[in-house]
Design a binder for this molecule. Structure first.
Ligand code: F0G
Length: 404
């Protein structure tokens, strides 16, 4: 049976306790999987269909529990040959998490998190969100037939994500404040209003997201890349990917581990500041700002886990500007045909920056995670790209236009 362990004081807690942080010291919790009890080999896994549940032995749901799934995971790992040429590098892969059912990696977390919520008897779930978490949770709560409330920083959510939460029937509430403030409020609501919380503070949810790490190894024929580059906001994703990779190494599926590289937007980069100042904790930013609204976060709750991942993997964190993000978004859209939202493009922007300053070697095997689909945020495209033109239906006008 998996347990919950506090990463701060080490205390263990029962898996059926409805807690999100350690009741003794308020530290972050981590799910411990007893790898000794698992007996599965690579070919067993390879014979199953792609997706999160391909790795079911490593996921913490009880035997016989109802699984709420939209067949998430199994996303493409593209070899980015055109970008390799453009950037003068040897081996680059793009793990496109935007290809998940609701268009982001959050679905991996929600299939496990919402299944766990049902296991624990929850009848309503909630989250604060910069958009993707709410879109995903709304979809999975709909599938599970439970109530869903999402708190969003009013006016700061990409329109596609907001539309998804409405479409799937969540109670959508705009909060006059940023994501960090909304998260504080939903955590209080979790305690006082009997809402089961599915932000990445919830350790069960991160168990689903760790399958990105599993899947990268599986898709690379169990060869370990040198580096994985991940956009970082609330710090859940980079931590969960690292956890998955470590588990597969401990289980014996690989011998080495990649260098984890976290990328933040310059106006919302508390992890980068902590990393650069060699600090063990972050100093929250009161007024985070970036056009990459998904990662517009000043007080990431999972920062201790992310900083540990960076330390253990001898990795690093780097900030990129909004201009670098848009330019990277354009590059992968036009060179590789992959449309991603701005936050997602930060991994590519970070790669370019770290190549330019000599931190990343040109012969490394690199995987960039792109976290969310381009259509999540059409406004970012219309505001930053060439405007479409309109003409009368006349061949000569069209001819002139093509000439110009
Ligand atoms: N990329 C995208 C597209 C995201 O939506 C997020 C987080 C991240 C990267 C960062 O991941 O928080 O685990 O470090 N979005 C959250 C949300 C905060 O509410 O949708 P993280």
């Amino acid at each position: 049976m998996p347990e919950l362990r506090c990463i701060n004081c080490g205390r263990k807690h029962r898996p059926d306790e409805r807690i999100y942080t350690c009741p003794a010291c308020n530290g972050l919790l981590e799910v411990t999987i007893d790898l000794d009890k698992i007996s599965v080999n690579k070919s067993d896994i390879e014979n199953r269909k792609p997706g999160v549940w391909r790795y079911r032995e490593f996921l913490p749901v009880k035997e016989g529990s109802k699984i709420i799934t939209l067949e998430e995971g199994g996303t493409p790992l593209y070899r980015a040959k055109n970008l390799e040429k453009e950037l003068g590098i040897k081996e680059l892969y793009i793990k496109n998490e935007g290809a998940n059912p609701s268009g982001s990696f959050k679905d991996r977390g929600m299939t496990v998190g919402v299944s766990k919520a049902i296991e624990l008897g929850a009848t309503s779930v909630g989250c604060a969100s910069t958009g993707n978490t709410s879109a995903s949770l709304a979809a999975y709560a709909g599938k599970a037939g439970i109530k869903c409330i999402v708190l969003l920083p009013a006016g700061k959510i990409a329109i596609g994500k907001l539309a998804q939460a409405v479409l799937h029937g969540a109670l959508v509430v705009g909060i006059r404040g940023n994501f960090d403030i909304a998260l504080k409020l939903i955590r209080e609501a979790g305690e006082k209003l009997n809402i089961y919380l599915l932000n990445s503070i919830n350790p069960w949810r991160l168990e689903g997201q760790k399958t990105q790490g599993y899947e990268i190894l599986d898709q690379m024929s169990w060869e370990v890349p040198d580096r994985i580059i991940v956009p970082v906001g609330n710090c859940g994703n980079i931590s969960s990917i690292w956890k998955g990779l470590k588990e597969f190494r401990e289980y014996g599926f690989c011998d080495t581990l990649p260098i984890m590289t976290g990328i933040q937007a310059e106006g919302a980069a508390p992890v980068v500041h902590a990393f650069e100042n060699r600090r063990e904790d972050i100093t929250p930013i009161g007024d985070p700002d970036t056009l990459a609204t998904a990662i517009r976060i000043g007080a990431p709750v999972n920062a201790p886990k992310a900083l540990t991942a960076l330390k253990e993997s001898k990795g690093l964190a780097k900030a990129v500007t909004d201009e670098e993000i848009i330019s990277a978004q354009k590059l992968i859209a036009r060179k590789e045909g992959i449309g991603v939202e701005p936050a997602s493009a930060s991994s590519i922007a970070g790669l370019i920056k770290l190549l330019d300053n000599g931190t990343i070697q040109r012969d490394e095997r690199i995987v960039c995670i792109t976290t969310g689909h381009a259509l999540k945020d059409p406004e970012a495209i219309f505001n930053n790209y060439e405007k479409p033109v309109e003409i009368d239906p006349d061949i000569n006008v069209l001819k002139d236009l093509l000439r110009s």
